[in-house]
Design a protein around this ligand. Structure first.
Ligand code: PRX
Length: 650
């Protein structure tokens, strides 16, 4: 963990907020931040009640927070609507004809939707959803490319209280099936395809594979947007073309006032078992939290063109492409495709052409750009940029410094934002006009957030020491439960260390109270900011006929942050071969998705286990990292012998 990050004490450079930025920032000094922070912790109900006044409520709350561990309710008794607050609310203001979404497709097609146009499209789609028989409380799976229609679908669901479950377009048919069935989705919304690296991602075909042979009995309808015009399979009676359904749909669709505790959406993420967790957020708290964080952490102004490069298939896209920025009436830039198409200049060229002012991306992307050489960046005029952000994984100081100097020209503050699918919004981050930054540190908690670094018993560890990152009290964006599995919610988050929210991350707090996130301490691996459970990968591997047993670990990787190494024992009758290795990599791609492809498959005759049969992952990690303390362990036989020896030692 810590060894991977280098010596923290050496990373002591401090960068004050750039002066020009500071002048117009919402929060302009550390004192101002601290004063507000202390108030938010002392009186969370007063604080969040005041923040919530900025939004539209059909009915006011009678209590700001009700907390009976592990169950929280925010804005008890209130009624509101996410879509109303993200769209309709802006129509009676000057924002009505302002761009809500500026979109660029990978082939270069550009579209702009004003708030009024967004409203009309959302209403039409909401009417289509009604026409398909969907209503409040129903679950709908969304498997779409990064096009405006994806945001429109989310907002249309939110308008009616339909619970969306977005499945990232990189997931396989099997992963889609599992998620659709877990939430018993009544419909799937997809597209014929999406553009990525000048090729068509065959989304509809994958949906058909997922639903084949009655594998998803709850699904009644599949709504299909035509994006690429590719040939697709069609099931009469079930499949509906978006453009046909919408042709007659009205731009008038009343908003459904929803109880603030109504589920906003489900989003699946990986945990330490093989079964993905359906993280469930609630309308009122999620809205207030994502909007408030977006405003202060990205210092969002009406003049900004804000670009978050994440996919809406992940929480970052939900909270900081769709709900948070739109609730602020911001203009959001959306891009469909890959950063290297047609070449590595694509991002920078778009920033120049559209005059993008805020860029929020992942450390993996930054490292990939560094590899390609500065010329891709420096040949473009990036003077429109005023703020940079990162998310998804720890950022190494070298990547941070490159981002700061080469992209931001030392004019733009960097917000390194730490959070999770479960937290709904950002919990630890600098405020760009207030917080001096240190490369590699997510710095200080956001308003209302009380993190701590503790040992196994929940006792705070001394400054400078590593421990578990926990949060001491709920915040409005906190998940409410896991879909259909409240026990797992309680056990995974509130019982690992009693009476605190357990993040699954290791962390260290330095003398200035800054948090340094050290990465996951559970069986979750972070590849290019994508969260993958090692148990899911093991499950995929043992699904191959040749595999007897599999153990999967994460190892550091220069480009992707972490990478998967899989130790596999074969059933008798199967020979170790490169062919089987290739098949196993494909097996993982087809069960989970291509983004989860392992970096390395290693055959072994035995896996190191304790006497009670638990796989000794720590030892495997040493093997994978060629730890010198193990001697030369480069051959298969060595690993097996070692496995036997170590097992005997236990
Ligand atoms: O390990 C942390 C890492 O990503 C995990 C959450 O993953 P996910 O739920 O997919 O959400 C990703 C986007 C919010 C965390 O437990 N992580 C996220 N942001 C950071 C981070 N690690 C270090 N620094 C960050 N800024």
């Amino acid at each position: 963990m810590a060894e991977e990050r280098g010596n923290v004490a050496e990373q002591s450079a401090v960068f004050p907020p750039p002066k020009e930025f500071q002048k117009t920032a919402y929060i302009q000094s550390l004192d101002e931040y601290r004063e507000r922070y202390e108030r938010s912790i002392r009186d969370p109900e007063g604080y969040w009640g005041e923040v919530a006044e900025e939004f539209h409520w059909f009915k006011k709350w009678n209590q700001v927070r009700k907390w009976e561990e592990p169950w929280v309710e925010w804005f008890v008794g209130a009624e509101t609507n996410l879509c109303y607050n993200c769209v309709d609310r802006h129509l009676n203001t000057e924002r009505r004809h302002k761009a809500a979404i500026v979109f660029e497709g990978e082939p270069g097609d550009v579209r702009t939707l004003t708030y009024q146009q967004l409203h009309d499209e959302v209403c039409r789609v909401a009417n289509v959803l009604k026409g398909l028989g969907l209503q409040k409380g129903d679950r709908v799976a969304v498997y779409m490319p990064m096009i405006p229609e994806l945001a429109i679908v989310l907002l249309a669901c939110a308008r009616l209280g339909i619970i969306h479950s977005v499945i990232f377009g990189g997931f396989s048919a099997e992963a889609v099936r599992e998620r659709v069935n877990d939430a018993t989705c009544k419909a799937v919304i997809t597209a014929d395809g999406g553009w990525r690296r000048a090729k068509i991602v065959p989304l509809k075909e994958t949906v058909d594979k997922a639903l084949a042979d009655g594998a998803c009995p709850s699904v009644e309808k599949v709504l299909v947007f035509k994006r690429c015009g590719n040939d697709i399979p069609w099931t009469e009676g079930r499949d509906v073309w978006w453009h046909e359904a919408i042709a007659e749909a009205s731009t008038d669709c009343p908003v459904e006032p929803l109880d603030a505790q109504h589920p906003a959406f489900i989003l699946y993420t990986s945990g330490s078992t093989g079964k993905p967790k359906g993280v469930q957020h609630a309308v009122g708290g999620y809205m207030v939290y994502t909007a408030h964080t977006a405003k202060y952490i990205f210092d969002l102004k009406d003049t900004d063109l804000y670009w978050c490069t994440a996919d809406i298939g992940w929480i970052t896209g939900h909270s900081y492409i769709v709900y948070g920025p739109l609730a602020n009436g911001a203009t959001v830039f959306m891009y469909e495709g890959a950063p290297d198409t047609p070449n590595w200049g694509r991002f920078w060229e778009m920033i120049e052409r559209h005059r993008i002012t805020i860029l929020y991306t992942a450390p993996t992307a930054i490292r990939a750009f560094i590899r390609q050489g500065n010329q891709w960046v420096t040949q473009h005029d990036l003077s429109s940029l005023r703020l940079l952000g990162t998310v998804g994984e720890p950022i190494n100081p070298d990547a941070w410094l490159w981002y700061y100097r080469v992209v931001g020209k030392e004019r733009c503050p960097i917000v390194d934002t730490w959070w999770q699918t479960e937290t709904g919004g950002i919990l630890i981050s600098p405020l760009p006009g207030a917080t001096p930054t240190k490369p590699g540190s997510a710095t200080l908690p956001f308003f209302g957030v009380e993190p701590d670094v503790v040992d196994q018993d929940g006792k705070p560890v001394p400054t400078g020491e590593q421990g578990f990152l926990v949060i001491r009290q709920p915040w409005p964006g906190m998940m409410r439960t896991l879909w259909g599995d409240p026990d797992r919610y309680r056990q995974s988050y509130w019982e690992v260390i009693p009476h605190v929210y357990f993040t699954g991350d290791g962390a260290m707090r330095d003398r200035d109270g800054y948090f340094w996130i050290l990465g996951r301490i559970d069986d979750v691996v972070n590849i290019s900011g994508h969260r993958i459970g090692t148990a899911e990968v093991e499950h995929a591997l043992v699904g191959h006929p040749a595999v007897a047993e599999a153990a999967v670990i994460g190892v550091p990787d220069e480009l992707t942050g972490q990478a998967l190494v899989c130790f596999v024992t074969l059933k008798s009758g199967y020979q170790k071969s490169d062919e089987i290795k290739g098949q196993l990599v494909e097996q993982v791609a087809s069960v989970i998705g291509k983004f989860a492809r392992p970096k390395e498959i290693r055959f072994t005759d035995a896996l190191p286990k304790t006497r009670s049969g638990k796989i000794m992952r720590r030892l495997l990690r040493k093997v994978a990292l060629r730890d010198p303390s193990l001697g030369n362990i480069d051959t298969l036989e060595d690993i097996s012998v070692l496995a036997k020896l170590q097992a005997d030692e236990e």
